[in-house]
Write a protein that binds this ligand. Structure first.
Ligand code: GDD
Ligand code: MN
Length: 364
């Protein structure tokens, strides 16, 4: 049996056209269709439920408070009954007629069958130069990591046999769009792969959900798979935020020192006030960006955010002490001035990161 998953977010206008087409193509194959909708504001789930009511082989999963293409697909696969699991865009961009080919390939050889834009006969259709280049670069980078090689590892149109999927399931990363890539990264090298060409059509209604955030998540994923075991991704993000924090610190120091100087030479008190103001501004900035990005998966809100912010301030205060202690200790032991300062700063960063995780963003 073939289980076809259609992940949807705001596809209310596309779903009614698509389902009859799928039905007629899959006439001869026992199948079920599972629509996984993330509570779309345009009510896709309601329209899908109405259709499901009329057709016996369509199911709708309406997820509340959840977002994400990969996680929707995984959830669909998990609730499927078939021994062949397939997925396609619900917006008319994927060629429905190819479903029988993908199904036949997996039913016969097992493994994965991909609807591919990058094998001969396939094409990305009417993409602008920018999206084409981005996709090519992303594909190159992704390929380096795949155990199982394919020409189009980023395709959203493929079928996989249940056993292969279940074997890698515990290692899958549900963030973002790259479900196929994630499967190819984790599957054994010997997994059979077939690729069949199709031409990526233009979206019928609505717009793409492949946002900048999804693109950033893709880069994070590449890092996580390649180096994440040595240096955790959250630490790298924390350091990047810290890097921007230095910029914020210097800029706000400059502005505050001008403000406190009143056009005269800066007094000692003026200097201290400007410095303290700059430090706190940098702390606020770092807290905000870490909460939004580094620890997005454990984001603090409301009162939790206020408490987290106070703990973060405390951690940074001790971090500054740790920095100071390490630097002066090393310097007193005859280490060079610059080396002492740098090693101390690194100690401060590691301290801040560890304390932030332990106290401010406890669930990270
Ligand atoms: N449930 C759910 N939740 N569905 C989602 C979400 C989400 O957060 N985000 C997107 N979808 C659904 C869309 O409604 C659509 O049916 C399908 O997933 C693909 O999303 P699109 O927004 O149409 O993506 P695209 O056409 O720009 O991107 C295509 O090409 C990429 C590679 O270039 C897709 O085929 C991607 O899967 C593919 O990685
Ligand atoms: Mn699409």
């Amino acid at each position: 049996m073939l289980s076809l998953i259609l992940p949807t977010y705001n596809e209310a206008e596309n779903i009614p056209d698509l389902l009859p087409k799928i039905r007629s193509v899959l006439k001869g194959i026992p199948h079920e269709v599972i629509i996984v909708d993330d509570d779309s504001p345009d009510g896709t789930w309601r329209i899908a439920q109405q259709i499901a009511h009329d057709l016996g082989d369509v199911h709708v999963i309406r997820r509340i408070g959840r977002r994400g293409l990969s996680s929707a697909v995984i959830e669909g696969f998990l609730s499927a009954k078939g021994d062949v699991l397939a997925v396609m865009d619900a917006d008319g961009q994927h060629d429905v007629a190819l479903l029988t080919t993908l199904h036949a390939a997996v039913a016969e050889h097992g493994g994965i069958a991909i609807g591919s834009r990058y094998v001969s006969g396939g094409s990305v259709g009417e993409w602008d130069e920018r999206r084409y280049m981005l996709s090519r670069i992303a594909t190159r980078m992704a390929l380096a990591l795949c155990a199982v090689k394919a020409k189009d590892p980023m395709s959203g149109f493929f079928a996989v046999d249940r056993t292969s999927f279940e074997e890698v399931l515990p290692r899958l990363n549900p963030k973002g769009f790259k479900i196929l890539l994630d499967l190819l990264v984790h599957m054994p090298k010997t997994t059979p792969v077939t690729e069949s060409p199709f031409i990526f059509a233009t979206r019928r209604h609505g717009e793409s959900k492949l946002s900048r955030r999804v693109q950033l998540e893709f880069l994070e994923y590449l890092y996580d798979v390649s180096f994440g075991n040595w240096i955790p991704l959250t630490f790298v993000k924390y350091c990047i935020v810290g890097g921007f924090g230095v910029g914020v610190h210097l800029t706000s120091y400059k502005l505050l020192s001008i403000f406190f100087a009143h056009g005269l030479p800066l007094t000692e008190t003026g200097f201290s006030l400007a410095l303290l103001g700059a430090i706190e501004t940098a702390i606020i900035f770092n807290f905000w960006l870490n909460n939004l990005w580094t620890f997005a998966h454990a984001k603090l809100q409301g009162m939790g955010m206020v408490k987290g912010f106070l703990k973060y301030n405390l951690a940074c205060g001790f971090g500054a002490l740790a920095n100071y202690a390490v630097s002066t200790y090393l310097y007193s032991y005859g280490l060079g001035e610059i080396t002492s300062v740098i090693v101390g700063a690194c100690a401060g960063i590691v301290w801040n990161y560890t304390m932030s995780r332990a106290f401010a963003w406890k669930n990270a």
